[in-house]
Design a protein around this ligand. Sequence first.
Ligand code: ZN
Length: 161
Amino acid sequence: MSIAQDQVVSIHYTLKNDAGEVLDSSAGGEPLTYLHGHGQLIPGLERELAGKNVGDKLAVTIPPADAYGDYDKALVQRVPRRALRGVQQVRVGMQLQAQTEHGARTVTVTQLTGDMVTLDGNHPLAGQSLNFEVEVKEARQATAEELAHGHAHGPGDHHHH
Ligand code: ZN
């Protein structure tokens, strides 16, 4: 069965940046299972997987525009440390939920200078090309319940929400 809209697809994958560093991988664990055509993967990877078959292996490079977007300097802001009320120990690399003019957003602390904290609202992988090695392990039609929920269910995964 080749991968198309509304199929539940399982893949093993390894994600590397352009320096060849492994950023994420399903190797040695459970494959990633997702509902195809519902925006659960980055758009570029979902597009590459369409039409592939179980057993297919692919190596693809996804440009930032089809992954986590270009890096946007406008999403970087500096705030006084006192603006982060309730955060005990502010550290570089820490991720926080912040209210912005675009709604709630995850921001990463990227710099601490004196009393100022730099918050970066870009996705950590924004601006990066992503190199995926993927093997398609399984593909099946989604059940009516999965389609109603908009996500894949694992074996014996009975829930209500
Ligand atoms: Zn569900």
